[in-house]
Ligand binder design. Structure first.
Ligand code: NAD
Length: 495
């Protein structure tokens, strides 16, 4: 097995038509281990010409049907093998994510094993998106099939590099598409490793191509490419909007976008188990150092229990094992980059300058060389404050007091986002009323430890500026399929 330390510069290059090919761009950027701030490797910043070559390879693979025209049972077997290989190399993939962006290897959320299990769901789904036949008028039969789009461009972020890659690749490949994947410039290695495993599993050449590089070189070229049929994106709302605009300005390619969030926890003083709620909330904001799209980073708490919740969260957020992400006992690692560190610090400083009360954290951990930022808690945060409105993507929690149910709903809905909301109530009527009033999907009394629930079968469809189209489940796979209709007309009576 190749360990991360053995992967030099040579491996971080475009992987096109089954071959690592040098980028045509000679300018390079440095990758940095966020736990130490030490350089690890360098790679080309990438070029539109790399994207052209990758799209050509994907188009050729799609045109001759080497993937989507092979029998579903074969595709299913190949994708199951792909899942098995991800499992086989799970330790290496988790180490790659740890070194590239600081996700602790002991973290189950977004681990390579959970990515393998997602791949298995979609391997099984290969033949689970059937078409429809409609009996129409005499002498006519209408058939609707679901056909792959063709060439899919996938642009992914740095948090959970393996898992976020699979959230795109698994449904796109299961639906029969050919893919050009542009991973984040901070964490490109997992994508290359996954493409190598896909090839080993039997995914034909040209079906999965990877082009590392910057958003401003590779990402923008992919989003503007006129021979890409669908662009699927995970990342910030800011870039998601640019991607949608690029799609509209070029060939009107379809867009799937999973973007930012400012998800609320809403806790009622009605006998709900506050210890369970606080344990979940604290664990979640510390998961991957708060760099989790679905994290509840605003805690709306009924005024009567605000002091108790503040006290409990302060205590729980202090209980962390800070350390090297490569150490299995570490529960709290660094932020992904210097830029991310400065971004989080900026939010905290501006909140303090506005006079918002901080009860925990608030600064980097000076005793460590990397980009470690202490768990941070603010209370009595005005709902319109920047830290209550903007996605911080760090271990920073804002407590907001509310009086009535209506006020809680208004505050919860009062950002541009609509990814997910968490409601904590002992009363099912409260839970259902609040869920009905919230525009996002809702989790009522989330169970610690975070369970799989319906497995991978549930789809999430973001609301507001959190994105476009569903991800997950069969609905998530259908987003990578185009409905194609066929009307068959025949003489209604025999000649
Ligand atoms: P980002 O938007 O900065 O970058 C995401 C990707 O887009 C990267 O690969 C980047 O290189 C590329 N990119 C940047 N500019 C581009 C451009 N002009 N054209 C095309 N591509 C471009 O996001 P990030 O900092 O990598 O990740 C953090 C963000 O991801 C957070 O906002 C988080 O909420 C979001 N996220 C959302 C989900 C979800 O499911 N909703 C999941 C994970 C992360």
């Amino acid at each position: 097995m190749i360990e991360i330390e053995d992967q030099g510069d040579a491996e971080i290059a475009p992987l096109i038509d089954g071959e690592l090919q040098p980028s045509i761009e000679t300018r390079r950027l440095q990758l940095v281990n966020p736990a130490t701030a030490a350089p690890t490797a360098s790679m080309s910043i990438g070029a539109p010409g790399d994207v052209d070559r990758a799209v050509e390879a994907a188009r050729a693979a799609f045109r001759d049907g080497r993937w989507h025209k092979s029998p579903p049972s074969i595709r299913k077997a190949v994708l199951h093998r792909f899942a098995d290989l991800i499992d086989r190399d799970a330790t290496t993939l988790d180490r790659i994510d740890a070194v590239d962006m600081g996700k602790p290897i002991g973290l189950a959320t977004g681990s390579a094993r959970s990515a393998a299990s997602l791949m298995r769901f979609y391997a099984e789904a290969v033949d689970k998106c059937p078409g429809e036949a409609h009996d129409s008028s005499a002498g006519s039969l209408a058939v609707q099939i679901q056909a792959p789009f063709g060439v899919v461009g996938a642009v992914t972020p740095w948090n959970f590099p393996t898992m976020n890659a699979l959230r795109k690749l698994a449904p796109a490949l299961a639906a029969g598409n050919c893919v050009v994947h542009k991973p984040s410039e901070l964490a490109p290695r997992a994508a290359l490793r996954l493409a190598t495993l896909a090839a080993e599993a039997g995914v034909p050449r040209g079906v999965l191509n990877v082009v590392p590089g910057l958003g401003s070189t590779v990402g923008t070229a992919l989003a503007h490419h006129s021979d890409v049929d669908l662009i699927t994106f995970t990342g910030s709302t800011h870039v998601g909007k640019i991607i949608a605009e690029s799609a509209g300005r070029s060939n009107m390619k379809a867009v799937i976008a999973e973007c930012g969030g400012k998800s609320p926890h809403i806790i009622f003083d009605d006998g709900v188990d506050l210890d369970a709620a606080c344990a979940f909330i604290a664990r979640q904001i510390l998961t991957n150092q708060g760099q989790l799209c679905s994290v509840g980073s605003r805690v709306l708490v009924q005024r009567s229990i605000e002091p108790r919740v503040t006290e409990r969260l302060t205590e729980l957020m202090g209980k962390i094992a800070i350390g090297d992400p490569l150490d299995r006992t570490t529960t709290f690692g660094p932020l992904a980059s210097q830029q991310q560190f400065e971004r989080v610090q900026g939010f905290v400083e501006r909140a303090e300058a506005r006079g918002i009360v901080r009860v925990l954290g608030g600064a980097g951990l000076a005793e460590r060389p990397g980009f470690y930022f202490a768990p941070t808690l603010f209370r009595n945060v005005p709902p319109d404050a920047e830290i209550a409105q903007q996605e911080i993507f760090g271990p920073v929690l804002s407590l907001i007091a509310f009086g009535s149910e209506e006020e809680a709903i208004a505050i919860a809905n009062g950002t541009v986002y609509g990814l997910i909301s968490y409601v904590w109530s002992a009363r099912i009527d409260t839970g259902l009323r609040v869920a009905a009033g919230l525009r996002s999907s809702v989790i009522l009394n989330a169970a610690p430890p975070e369970g799989e629930g319906a497995g991978h079968a549930m789809a999430f469809e973001p609301a507001g500026q959190s994105g476009l189209r569903p991800e997950g489940g069969i609905a998530g796979m259908a987003a990578y399929l185009r409905r194609k209709s066929l009307w068959i007309n025949y003489p209604a009576t025999a000649a």
